[in-house]
Design a protein around this ligand. Structure first.
Ligand SMILES: [Zn+2]
Length: 105
């Protein structure tokens, strides 16, 4: 009796782009966002060279850390994900990005 509208797991369609909360650089288009149910905003593609990938090998675990190319703020981590067109998933901290509806989407 709940969830009459929309499909479960389908992201709400947003306009614009996500910018770095530290410096305002555009990092991800809103249309690159998708829902994985992790609680973190997830994207399957970045904008240009805006996101730097930094390999981490800590405690025997390989992870790819994501940093803003301009201000070097920590954004989140990159994971392999067979469901996306790029084969990867950008798992981003909500506090590291802001939605700017004025940006081209
Ligand atoms: Zn930044």
């Amino acid at each position: 009796m709940f969830r009459h509208r929309g499909k479960v797991g389908e992201a709400q369609q947003e306009q614009g782009a996500y910018t770095c909360s530290g410096c305002g650089q555009v990092l991800f288009r809103a249309k690159y966002k998708f829902e994985v149910g992790s609680g973190f905003p997830s994207f399957w593609q970045q904008v240009g060279e805006s996101v730097v990938h930094c390999s981490l090998d800590t405690y025997g675990r390989h992870r790819v850390q994501l940093l803003c190319s301009r201000c070097r703020q920590h954004l989140g981590h990159l994971f392999e994900d067979s469901r996306t067109p790029t084969g990867v998933r950008y798992c981003i901290n909500a506090t590291a990005i802001n939605l700017d509806p004025e940006q081209p989407s």
